[in-house]
Ligand binder design. Structure first.
Ligand code: C2E
Ligand code: MG
Ligand code: MG
Ligand code: MG
Length: 290
Protein backbone atom coordinates (compact mmCIF):
# COMPACT_ATOMS: atom_id res chain seq x y z
CA UNK A 1 0.00 0.00 0.00
CA UNK A 2 1.66 3.23 -1.08
CA UNK A 3 1.15 6.45 0.82
CA UNK A 4 -0.48 7.91 -2.24
CA UNK A 5 -2.97 5.09 -2.58
CA UNK A 6 -3.82 5.49 1.07
CA UNK A 7 -4.37 9.23 0.63
CA UNK A 8 -6.68 8.52 -2.27
CA UNK A 9 -8.55 6.01 -0.20
CA UNK A 10 -9.06 8.53 2.59
CA UNK A 11 -10.20 11.14 0.06
CA UNK A 12 -12.62 8.63 -1.37
CA UNK A 13 -14.24 7.92 1.99
CA UNK A 14 -14.36 11.58 2.91
CA UNK A 15 -16.14 12.35 -0.33
CA UNK A 16 -18.50 9.41 0.11
CA UNK A 17 -19.25 10.45 3.66
CA UNK A 18 -19.98 14.04 2.73
CA UNK A 19 -22.19 12.87 -0.14
CA UNK A 20 -24.24 10.82 2.31
CA UNK A 21 -24.30 13.70 4.73
CA UNK A 22 -25.57 16.16 2.14
CA UNK A 23 -28.18 13.69 0.94
CA UNK A 24 -29.37 13.33 4.51
CA UNK A 25 -29.55 17.10 4.93
CA UNK A 26 -31.53 17.39 1.71
CA UNK A 27 -34.02 14.77 2.90
CA UNK A 28 -34.30 16.58 6.22
CA UNK A 29 -35.07 19.89 4.50
CA UNK A 30 -37.64 18.35 2.19
CA UNK A 31 -39.24 16.37 4.98
CA UNK A 32 -39.76 19.52 6.98
CA UNK A 33 -41.62 21.08 4.05
CA UNK A 34 -43.55 17.89 3.34
CA UNK A 35 -44.80 17.73 6.93
CA UNK A 36 -45.71 21.43 7.02
CA UNK A 37 -47.61 21.15 3.73
CA UNK A 38 -49.17 17.85 4.78
CA UNK A 39 -47.72 16.01 1.81
CA UNK A 40 -47.32 12.76 3.69
CA UNK A 41 -50.10 10.24 3.49
CA UNK A 42 -51.03 6.91 4.99
CA UNK A 43 -51.38 3.44 3.59
CA UNK A 44 -53.40 0.90 5.52
CA UNK A 45 -52.65 -2.78 5.98
CA UNK A 46 -55.42 -5.05 7.27
CA UNK A 47 -54.79 -7.20 10.30
CA UNK A 48 -56.85 -10.35 10.14
CA UNK A 49 -58.12 -12.93 12.57
CA UNK A 50 -55.86 -15.82 11.64
CA UNK A 51 -58.64 -18.39 12.09
CA UNK A 52 -61.42 -16.68 10.13
CA UNK A 53 -59.47 -14.38 7.82
CA UNK A 54 -61.76 -11.50 8.81
CA UNK A 55 -60.30 -8.00 9.02
CA UNK A 56 -60.19 -6.91 12.65
CA UNK A 57 -58.22 -3.68 12.39
CA UNK A 58 -55.76 -1.91 10.12
CA UNK A 59 -52.27 -0.50 10.61
CA UNK A 60 -51.52 2.98 9.28
CA UNK A 61 -48.14 3.17 7.56
CA UNK A 62 -46.69 6.52 6.59
CA UNK A 63 -45.85 7.17 2.93
CA UNK A 64 -43.92 10.01 1.35
CA UNK A 65 -43.73 10.64 -2.39
CA UNK A 66 -41.23 13.35 -3.19
CA UNK A 67 -41.58 15.10 -6.56
CA UNK A 68 -37.91 14.68 -7.48
CA UNK A 69 -36.75 11.61 -5.57
CA UNK A 70 -39.94 9.58 -5.90
CA UNK A 71 -41.17 7.46 -3.03
CA UNK A 72 -38.95 7.59 0.06
CA UNK A 73 -39.50 4.68 2.48
CA UNK A 74 -40.22 5.15 6.21
CA UNK A 75 -37.10 3.20 7.09
CA UNK A 76 -35.18 6.16 5.63
CA UNK A 77 -37.24 9.16 6.73
CA UNK A 78 -38.43 8.05 10.20
CA UNK A 79 -34.87 7.77 11.60
CA UNK A 80 -34.05 11.19 10.11
CA UNK A 81 -37.22 12.61 11.65
CA UNK A 82 -36.20 11.12 14.99
CA UNK A 83 -32.68 12.55 14.86
CA UNK A 84 -33.85 16.03 13.93
CA UNK A 85 -36.85 16.32 16.23
CA UNK A 86 -39.24 16.49 13.25
CA UNK A 87 -40.82 13.29 14.55
CA UNK A 88 -43.18 15.15 16.88
CA UNK A 89 -44.72 17.12 14.01
CA UNK A 90 -44.82 13.97 11.91
CA UNK A 91 -46.54 11.96 14.64
CA UNK A 92 -49.03 14.78 15.22
CA UNK A 93 -49.83 14.78 11.50
CA UNK A 94 -50.22 10.98 11.51
CA UNK A 95 -52.59 11.15 14.50
CA UNK A 96 -54.69 13.78 12.72
CA UNK A 97 -54.82 11.80 9.47
CA UNK A 98 -55.78 8.65 11.38
CA UNK A 99 -58.61 10.44 13.23
CA UNK A 100 -59.86 12.05 10.00
CA UNK A 101 -59.89 8.61 8.36
CA UNK A 102 -61.90 7.15 11.25
CA UNK A 103 -64.45 9.94 10.82
CA UNK A 104 -64.61 9.47 7.03
CA UNK A 105 -65.06 5.72 7.31
CA UNK A 106 -67.61 6.07 10.09
CA UNK A 107 -69.65 8.39 7.86
CA UNK A 108 -69.86 5.67 5.22
CA UNK A 109 -70.82 3.00 7.73
CA UNK A 110 -67.40 1.49 8.35
CA UNK A 111 -65.95 1.24 11.85
CA UNK A 112 -62.56 -0.41 11.83
CA UNK A 113 -59.96 0.35 14.52
CA UNK A 114 -56.71 1.90 13.29
CA UNK A 115 -53.29 1.14 14.76
CA UNK A 116 -50.50 3.66 14.22
CA UNK A 117 -46.80 3.71 15.06
CA UNK A 118 -45.17 6.03 17.54
CA UNK A 119 -41.48 6.53 18.07
CA UNK A 120 -39.50 6.23 21.29
CA UNK A 121 -39.00 10.00 21.08
CA UNK A 122 -42.76 10.55 21.20
CA UNK A 123 -42.98 8.79 24.55
CA UNK A 124 -40.43 11.15 26.03
CA UNK A 125 -42.16 14.18 24.58
CA UNK A 126 -44.24 15.30 27.52
CA UNK A 127 -47.07 16.73 25.39
CA UNK A 128 -47.92 13.43 23.67
CA UNK A 129 -50.70 12.55 26.09
CA UNK A 130 -52.28 16.00 25.88
CA UNK A 131 -51.88 16.27 22.13
CA UNK A 132 -53.40 12.87 21.54
CA UNK A 133 -56.30 13.66 23.85
CA UNK A 134 -56.90 17.02 22.16
CA UNK A 135 -56.73 15.42 18.71
CA UNK A 136 -59.22 12.70 19.65
CA UNK A 137 -61.60 15.28 21.10
CA UNK A 138 -61.20 17.62 18.14
CA UNK A 139 -62.21 14.91 15.67
CA UNK A 140 -64.76 13.40 18.04
CA UNK A 141 -63.42 9.86 17.74
CA UNK A 142 -63.48 7.36 20.53
CA UNK A 143 -60.17 6.17 21.99
CA UNK A 144 -61.09 2.52 21.62
CA UNK A 145 -60.95 2.89 17.83
CA UNK A 146 -57.23 3.62 18.18
CA UNK A 147 -54.22 1.49 18.86
CA UNK A 148 -50.66 2.65 19.42
CA UNK A 149 -47.72 0.50 18.32
CA UNK A 150 -44.34 1.04 19.89
CA UNK A 151 -41.35 -1.17 19.24
CA UNK A 152 -40.03 -3.46 21.91
CA UNK A 153 -36.77 -1.54 22.11
CA UNK A 154 -38.67 1.75 22.51
CA UNK A 155 -40.85 0.25 25.23
CA UNK A 156 -37.79 -0.94 27.11
CA UNK A 157 -35.97 2.41 27.20
CA UNK A 158 -36.81 4.64 30.11
CA UNK A 159 -39.32 2.12 31.39
CA UNK A 160 -40.64 4.19 34.26
CA UNK A 161 -41.66 6.98 31.90
CA UNK A 162 -42.99 4.52 29.32
CA UNK A 163 -45.24 2.83 31.87
CA UNK A 164 -46.54 6.22 32.98
CA UNK A 165 -47.30 7.45 29.44
CA UNK A 166 -48.86 4.17 28.32
CA UNK A 167 -51.10 4.05 31.38
CA UNK A 168 -52.36 7.54 30.53
CA UNK A 169 -53.07 6.54 26.92
CA UNK A 170 -54.85 3.47 28.21
CA UNK A 171 -57.23 5.69 30.14
CA UNK A 172 -58.52 7.09 26.85
CA UNK A 173 -59.43 3.54 25.84
CA UNK A 174 -56.50 3.30 23.43
CA UNK A 175 -55.10 -0.19 22.84
CA UNK A 176 -51.37 -0.84 22.88
CA UNK A 177 -49.13 -3.17 20.91
CA UNK A 178 -45.48 -3.98 21.30
CA UNK A 179 -44.10 -3.98 17.75
CA UNK A 180 -41.18 -6.04 16.43
CA UNK A 181 -41.30 -8.26 19.51
CA UNK A 182 -38.39 -10.66 19.88
CA UNK A 183 -35.92 -8.34 18.21
CA UNK A 184 -35.09 -6.25 21.28
CA UNK A 185 -34.21 -7.24 24.79
CA UNK A 186 -37.28 -7.32 26.97
CA UNK A 187 -37.18 -7.25 30.68
CA UNK A 188 -39.93 -9.71 31.49
CA UNK A 189 -40.48 -7.99 34.81
CA UNK A 190 -41.22 -4.71 33.03
CA UNK A 191 -43.19 -6.37 30.27
CA UNK A 192 -45.69 -7.60 32.83
CA UNK A 193 -46.03 -4.02 34.15
CA UNK A 194 -46.74 -2.50 30.74
CA UNK A 195 -50.46 -2.04 30.06
CA UNK A 196 -50.27 -3.69 26.63
CA UNK A 197 -52.86 -5.70 24.66
CA UNK A 198 -50.87 -7.25 21.82
CA UNK A 199 -47.43 -8.59 21.09
CA UNK A 200 -46.47 -8.33 17.44
CA UNK A 201 -44.03 -11.10 16.54
CA UNK A 202 -41.22 -9.60 14.53
CA UNK A 203 -41.29 -10.48 10.84
CA UNK A 204 -37.70 -11.72 11.03
CA UNK A 205 -38.86 -14.90 12.81
CA UNK A 206 -41.87 -15.29 10.52
CA UNK A 207 -39.68 -14.97 7.42
CA UNK A 208 -37.46 -17.82 8.60
CA UNK A 209 -40.35 -20.23 9.13
CA UNK A 210 -39.45 -22.15 6.03
CA UNK A 211 -37.60 -25.45 5.81
CA UNK A 212 -35.16 -23.65 3.48
CA UNK A 213 -33.65 -22.03 6.53
CA UNK A 214 -31.22 -24.10 8.57
CA UNK A 215 -32.54 -22.53 11.76
CA UNK A 216 -36.24 -22.87 10.97
CA UNK A 217 -36.86 -25.21 13.91
CA UNK A 218 -35.22 -22.70 16.24
CA UNK A 219 -37.46 -19.98 14.82
CA UNK A 220 -40.50 -22.14 15.25
CA UNK A 221 -39.60 -22.65 18.91
CA UNK A 222 -38.97 -18.96 19.44
CA UNK A 223 -42.41 -18.14 18.05
CA UNK A 224 -43.96 -20.88 20.17
CA UNK A 225 -42.26 -19.37 23.21
CA UNK A 226 -43.45 -15.83 22.41
CA UNK A 227 -47.02 -17.08 22.01
CA UNK A 228 -46.94 -18.94 25.30
CA UNK A 229 -45.37 -15.92 27.03
CA UNK A 230 -48.17 -13.77 25.63
CA UNK A 231 -50.75 -16.25 26.86
CA UNK A 232 -49.27 -16.21 30.36
CA UNK A 233 -49.48 -12.44 30.37
CA UNK A 234 -53.01 -12.44 28.96
CA UNK A 235 -51.98 -10.80 25.69
CA UNK A 236 -52.92 -11.46 22.09
CA UNK A 237 -50.32 -12.23 19.45
CA UNK A 238 -50.07 -10.73 16.00
CA UNK A 239 -47.61 -12.13 13.47
CA UNK A 240 -46.29 -9.58 11.00
CA UNK A 241 -44.84 -10.17 7.56
CA UNK A 242 -46.77 -13.36 6.71
CA UNK A 243 -45.99 -14.00 3.06
CA UNK A 244 -46.59 -17.69 2.34
CA UNK A 245 -49.29 -20.33 2.96
CA UNK A 246 -46.73 -22.34 4.89
CA UNK A 247 -45.99 -19.48 7.29
CA UNK A 248 -49.71 -18.87 7.67
CA UNK A 249 -50.50 -22.52 8.46
CA UNK A 250 -47.65 -22.85 10.93
CA UNK A 251 -48.64 -19.69 12.81
CA UNK A 252 -52.27 -20.80 12.88
CA UNK A 253 -51.35 -24.19 14.32
CA UNK A 254 -49.15 -22.53 16.96
CA UNK A 255 -52.19 -20.60 18.21
CA UNK A 256 -51.23 -17.14 17.01
CA UNK A 257 -54.35 -14.94 17.04
CA UNK A 258 -53.88 -12.43 14.28
CA UNK A 259 -51.82 -11.98 11.17
CA UNK A 260 -50.61 -9.26 8.89
CA UNK A 261 -48.66 -9.56 5.68
CA UNK A 262 -48.81 -9.77 1.93
CA UNK A 263 -50.20 -13.32 2.14
CA UNK A 264 -53.44 -11.60 3.22
CA UNK A 265 -53.19 -8.01 2.00
CA UNK A 266 -50.56 -5.49 0.99
CA UNK A 267 -50.62 -2.04 2.57
CA UNK A 268 -52.99 0.03 0.39
CA UNK A 269 -54.46 3.51 -0.02
CA UNK A 270 -57.57 4.37 2.00
CA UNK A 271 -59.85 4.38 -1.07
CA UNK A 272 -58.87 0.83 -1.98
CA UNK A 273 -59.36 -0.34 1.58
CA UNK A 274 -62.80 1.32 1.72
CA UNK A 275 -63.91 -0.76 -1.25
CA UNK A 276 -62.55 -3.90 0.37
CA UNK A 277 -64.30 -3.21 3.69
CA UNK A 278 -67.60 -2.42 1.99
CA UNK A 279 -67.34 -5.65 0.02
CA UNK A 280 -66.66 -7.60 3.25
CA UNK A 281 -69.63 -5.93 4.96
CA UNK A 282 -71.88 -6.80 1.98
CA UNK A 283 -70.73 -10.41 2.04
CA UNK A 284 -71.37 -10.63 5.79
CA UNK A 285 -74.90 -9.22 5.32
CA UNK A 286 -75.64 -11.68 2.54
CA UNK A 287 -74.48 -14.60 4.65
CA UNK A 288 -76.76 -13.53 7.48
CA UNK A 289 -79.75 -13.12 5.12
CA UNK A 290 -79.33 -16.55 3.61
P1 C2E B 1 -43.61 -1.77 11.29
O1 C2E B 1 -44.47 -0.92 12.13
O2 C2E B 1 -43.07 -3.02 11.91
O3 C2E B 1 -44.46 -2.09 10.00
C1 C2E B 1 -44.41 -3.30 9.27
C2 C2E B 1 -43.64 -3.15 7.98
O4 C2E B 1 -43.70 -4.38 7.27
C3 C2E B 1 -44.19 -2.10 7.03
O5 C2E B 1 -43.09 -1.51 6.33
C4 C2E B 1 -45.02 -2.95 6.06
O6 C2E B 1 -45.23 -2.32 4.80
C5 C2E B 1 -44.14 -4.15 5.94
N1 C2E B 1 -44.84 -5.35 5.47
C6 C2E B 1 -46.18 -5.57 5.35
N2 C2E B 1 -46.42 -6.82 4.91
C7 C2E B 1 -45.23 -7.42 4.74
C8 C2E B 1 -44.82 -8.73 4.31
O7 C2E B 1 -45.62 -9.61 4.03
N3 C2E B 1 -43.48 -8.97 4.27
C9 C2E B 1 -42.55 -8.02 4.62
N4 C2E B 1 -41.26 -8.34 4.53
N5 C2E B 1 -42.90 -6.78 5.04
C10 C2E B 1 -44.22 -6.49 5.10
P2 C2E B 1 -43.04 0.05 6.02
O8 C2E B 1 -44.39 0.54 5.67
O9 C2E B 1 -41.92 0.26 5.05
O10 C2E B 1 -42.64 0.67 7.42
C11 C2E B 1 -41.42 0.35 8.02
C12 C2E B 1 -41.36 0.82 9.44
O11 C2E B 1 -41.39 2.26 9.49
C13 C2E B 1 -42.53 0.38 10.29
O12 C2E B 1 -42.34 -0.94 10.74
C14 C2E B 1 -42.50 1.42 11.39
O13 C2E B 1 -41.54 1.06 12.36
C15 C2E B 1 -42.02 2.65 10.67
N6 C2E B 1 -43.18 3.51 10.36
C16 C2E B 1 -44.05 3.46 9.32
N7 C2E B 1 -44.98 4.44 9.41
C17 C2E B 1 -44.69 5.12 10.55
C18 C2E B 1 -45.28 6.26 11.21
O14 C2E B 1 -46.32 6.82 10.80
N8 C2E B 1 -44.68 6.69 12.38
C19 C2E B 1 -43.58 6.06 12.90
N9 C2E B 1 -43.05 6.53 14.05
N10 C2E B 1 -43.01 4.99 12.31
C20 C2E B 1 -43.56 4.53 11.15
MG1 MG C 1 -46.04 -1.26 13.36
MG1 MG D 1 -43.25 -4.43 13.12
MG1 MG E 1 -40.40 -2.62 11.99
Amino acid sequence: YSAKAERNQVQFYKRKYSQQESKRRMIEKKLKVAIAERHLHLFYQPRVDIHTGKIRSVEALCRWDDEESGSIPPNIFIPIAEETGLIHELSQLVMEMVCQQLVDWHNTGIDVPIAFNLSVKDLKYFDLVHNLRDTINHYGVSGNMLEVEITESAAMTDVINTVKVLKQLKQFGIKLSIDDFGKGYSSLAYLSQLPVDNLKIDKYFVSRLSPNFKDHMVNLNIIRTIISLAQSLGLNTVAEGIETPNQYNTLKSLGCHMGQGIFFYHPMPATQLSKLLHREARLARNTINQ
